[in-house]
Design a protein around this ligand. Structure first.
Ligand SMILES: Nc1ncnc2c1ncn2[C@@H]1O[C@H](COP(=O)(O)OP(=O)(O)O)[C@@H](O)[C@H]1O
Ligand SMILES: [Mg+2]
Length: 99
């Protein structure tokens, strides 16, 4: 197994972006690639994963902030449900108007 680490003290210089592209390009070339995201901001994970999967993982986190993240998670889910429901209502209303 080969390990590649990207390091630069400065933020915002493209480390995460570069890791993401190198990872999928190596995978495309047939290598088995594991991208380890150790940044609590989870930007690399969010590049690879759909938002729903990311939320699922955040909900399962077992850090000291579990209670807080659980509440944030529930809040996000409930906000998303409300958005979906109002989008559905809007769509059905616009359907009614155009019909
Ligand atoms: N080659 C590039 N050209 C232009 N913008 C880039 C490039 N690489 C990264 N960026 C942008 O720069 C910002 C910081 O990149 P990021 O990969 O998050 O940096 P870091 O992980 O070093 O903090 C992001 O908005 C990203 O989209
Ligand atoms: Mg980064």
């Amino acid at each position: 197994m080969k390990t590649i680490a990207f390091f630069n003290n400065k933020g915002g210089v493209g480390k995460t972006t570069l890791v993401y592209h190198i990872a999928w390009m190596l995978a495309e070339l047939g290598q088995r690639v594991l991208a380890a995201d150790l940044d609590p901001q989870a930007n690399l994970s969010s590049m690879f994963l759909e938002e729903e999967r990311l939320e699922e993982l955040k909900c399962k986190s077992s850090s000291a902030e579990r209670n807080l993240s659980k509440w944030l998670c529930l809040l996000r889910k409930s906000m998303k449900r409300r958005e979906d429901s109002s989008r559905r209502t809007k769509n059905s209303l616009s359907g009614t108007i155009t019909n």
